[in-house]
Design a binder for this molecule. Structure first.
Ligand code: 5RP
Length: 229
């Protein structure tokens, strides 16, 4: 099966976790896009009643275009579930996210959610995190000083993310520095702690202990992996 069909399968399967009356975090990316499209369809055709909280301006635009009612996270006392994509997940359901530069809002929304359902195709499953360059959101102020500190902590090279000639700016007006650690992140919690201790680091694309369910689309079908508590 082609990757796009796998993404679609995983994205649609995640809708099983979304019921009437739920407050739903809407992730960012090309896999969860299919969840959002399917939720829009169910709202229109089946009268599904939910409210959504988007994790990026791109997701906000998509959700509005398919008729999902949106609210501010601040107006809710909790989210029942967030559905989001990932760049990698390991056997403990720790994640690398931020390939779409939305990690800060994604993490705020995931932290507010009772459950985090991740939608992925088989390429995202790894034994150890880090083959995908680790996205780190940093302030524009003195970003090179921050970059040097990140390199000193991780002992690897990094690059500010670019879009052609221009640096990528996140929805929060910050830069992204991608760290090429290779698949060596043995203790993600410690790595996250060390990076967050650098003043110019706004957020790190390591999501630890947040995800409970991975909906994994493979050539032979969709597998639901649940974390044992
Ligand atoms: C955005 C993200 C995405 O969820 C992640 O990059 C996966 O995206 P895709 O489903 O397009 O592969 O973290 O910041």
């Amino acid at each position: 099966m082609d990757v796009e069909s796998l993404k679609q399968e995983a994205g649609i399967a995640a809708c099983a976790y979304i019921k009437d009356g739920m407050n739903v975090g809407l992730g960012t990316g090309s896999t969860v896009k299919y969840t959002i499209l399917e939720l829009g369809r169910r709202i229109e055709k089946e009268g599904l009643q939910i409210v959504g909280v988007p994790t990026s301006l791109a997701t906000e635009k998509l959700a509005i275009s398919v008729g999902i009612p949106l609210v501010e996270l601040d107006s809710l006392d909790h989210l029942d579930v967030v559905v989001d994509g990932t760049d990698e997940f390991d056997p403990d359901f720790n994640l690398i996210k931020g390939g779409g530069a939305a990690l800060l809002r994604e993490k705020i929304v995931a932290q507010a959610s009772t459950q985090m359902v991740v939608v992925a195709d088989a390429r995202k499953q790894v034994e150890r995190l880090g083959a995908f360059p680790l996205p780190i959101e940093v302030t524009c102020f003195s970003w090179q000083t921050t970059q040097r500190s990140i390199e000193a902590v991780l002992g690897c090279s990094t690059a500010r993310r670019m879009n052609g000639e221009e640096p990528v700016l996140t929805d929060n007006g910050n830069f992204i520095v991608d760290a090429r650690t290779g698949p060596t992140i043995q203790n993600p919690a410690e790595t996250e702690r060390e990076l967050l201790a650098i003043a110019g680091v706004v957020q790190v694309g390591l999501f630890i202990g947040m995800c409970n369910v991975v909906i994994l689309a493979k050539d032979d079908g969709v597998e639901v992996l649940s974390k044992e508590e």
